[in-house]
Write a protein that binds this ligand. Structure first.
Ligand SMILES: O=C(O)CCC(=O)C(=O)O
Ligand SMILES: [Fe+2]
Length: 365
């Protein structure tokens, strides 16, 4: 989804709306009843079952080769992936596969806990005050909002001193430690990618990496997609672009479902064990002055298998301005986006996501 914390980070939902939003999808799925109308896609342009027609395949990039002196061909692939796809599957990223398995297993264990156990970390207080962090589902801001068929756990991971441990699960017991380590690992992978981005644009190596200072935000979003009886009518996650600067995802090892929009078609992101999926967010699209693309993507629901993803969103310090790098503006490539404070962009995105609009469009010059 949008991924990041809006400001303020706690909102009281209106009467009527809270009934729409306070049910967990897992409960709905277990009840065996049909999906409530609030989950049904009403927009005819958003056909769910449009099967991918294309033979285009999501690029796979070897991160280790990118940094080596003989990695020129990999750099060409990398640049093309960022410009024409806005995402790629990263292999040789340096995180041991046994650790990635642990992250996925613990996440599954959490979602399989009894409801009362998970509710201890709920994002909804007294059934109406919606907190951005914690376990639950979408805040409902509008009567005509279409909800998504997933429950999630959403946690600020960095800066470390701003963590809200009240909503960090203590069950499974190693959950917190593993998330802490995964956050550090993701940060290392992020730095590797940001340096490689600078290199392919022939810029100073640290020009992107230095934007992510110690106040930069990293959020984890654990998405759980229960079985859905009507995947033809309901999205696991509706089409959106990420408002982050960069998103690094650990996807389910067995069940696909994520699709990316490419050349006016939906392309499946394949199951690819031990890889990480790297998605450019609006932040990097803006900083790169539109050279790198923040792609539209969505998750289709599944009537036979549940699915899980662990998503790490990176954004700048909320107080920092988001704007194109000076080095990427000239007469041939004029500035394409207005300057906006990161926290204002995120707040806007939060509103636009509920309305089904794309935030980036409001900042184009
Ligand atoms: O679950 C997935 O595969 C994608 C999740 C996603 O796009 C998001 O959380 O922003
Ligand atoms: Fe996303």
């Amino acid at each position: 989804m949008f991924g990041l914390r809006p400001y303020p980070n706690s909102i009281v939902m209106e009467e009527g709306k809270k009934e729409m939003g306070s049910r967990l999808v897992q409960e709905l799925a277990m009840s065996g009843r049909d999906a409530p109308t609030s989950y049904i896609q009403r927009d005819p342009l958003r056909q769910i079952n449009s099967p991918p027609h294309t033979s285009a395949q999501v690029p796979v990039i070897d991160l280790n080769r990118l940094s080596q002196s003989d990695g020129a061909d990999e750099s060409v692939k990398f640049r093309d992936a960022l410009q024409s796809w806005g995402l790629f599957l990263a292999v040789n990223h340096g995180i041991p596969s046994s650790f990635l398995d642990e992250v996925l297993n613990l996440s599954t264990e959490f979602f399989h806990l009894p409801l009362e156990e998970k509710q201890k970390f709920a994002n909804l207080v007294d059934g109406k005050e919606f907190k951005l962090e914690g376990y639950g589902n979408d805040i409902v801001l509008r009567d005509d909002q279409t909800l998504d068929w997933n429950d999630r756990l959403y946690l600020l991971v960095q800066p470390e001193d701003q963590r809200n441990l009240d909503v960090w699960p203590t069950n499974p017991v190693s959950f917190r430690d593993v998330l802490h380590t995964f956050g550090k690992n993701t940060q290392t992978v992020r730095a590797q990618i940001l340096r490689a981005m600078a290199k392919v644009l022939e810029l100073k190596e640290d020009c992107f990496v230095k934007q992510f200072d110690e106040k930069a935000n990293m959020y984890a979003r654990f998405n759980y997609y229960p079985l859905c009886k009507r995947p033809d009518l309901v999205f696991g996650l509706k089409p959106h672009a990420d408002a982050s600067a960069m998103t690094i995802l650990l996807l389910d090892k067995e069940v696909a479902g994520l699709q990316v929009r490419k050349n006016a078609e939906w392309v499946d992101v394949p199951v690819f064990p031990d890889s990480l999926l790297v998605v450019i967010g609006d932040g990097i699209e803006i900083m790169s002055n539109g050279i790198f693309k923040s792609p539209i993507h969505r998750v289709v629901a599944n009537s036979e298998k549940e699915r899980l993803s662990v998503v790490m969103f990176s954004a700048l310090d909320p107080e920092k301005n988001l704007e194109p790098l000076d080095e990427l503006i000239d007469e041939t490539r004029p500035r394409m986006y207005k300057t906006v404070k990161t926290k204002d962009y995120l707040a806007d995105h939060f509103k636009h996501f509920a309305e089904g609009k794309r935030t980036l469009d409001f900042y184009k010059i």
